[in-house]
Design a protein around this ligand. Sequence first.
Ligand SMILES: [Zn+2]
Length: 191
Amino acid sequence: MDERHRRFDADKLFRLKSEHSGYKFCPRCRTELEEQRLDGVLRLACPSGDCDFIFYQNPAPAAGAVVVTDDRILLVKRAHPPKIGWWCIPAGFMEWQEHPSQTAVREVKEETGLDIRLKGFFEVYSGSDDPRTNAVLILYLGEAIGGELGAADDAEEVRYFGFDELPDNIAFASHRQALKDYQERFRKGRS
Ligand SMILES: [Zn+2]
């Protein structure tokens, strides 16, 4: 395990999330931030007269794709914290200029080596069990159209699973729910 992984402290990150992400000083003018009740929410605001910085703690948007081939779903084994060695649907955080559909295609390529085409929208989930940040997960339905399956980037292993052999250690509640929802909607009546 490398140094960065050893330093990853999930309990500490969960605590910081509940303390305005641990932020203390204005990123614009370095004044110490103060708690203020704004729009009914306790937020950090810069008290300096000529600075209007307010820290809005928003969930981070992420996107990914449910890729199913021959009734088997593509999953990724995580190579980085949190939840190293746990499985999840290929997905990742959006870059600033991206549309979530671009994020989904990019993340699947980066983690699994596969080129996919999006067939449609699947579902959106809200998650609070990632110690780094709360997240909004936007999932599409995808279809592999090329590339070569192989773990890369944030993945330790990638493979297709039959729905009767899904691993128990699925990393996040939103991913577990998505696996349930997919089977409800697209596999009803199948054995
Ligand atoms: Zn300021």
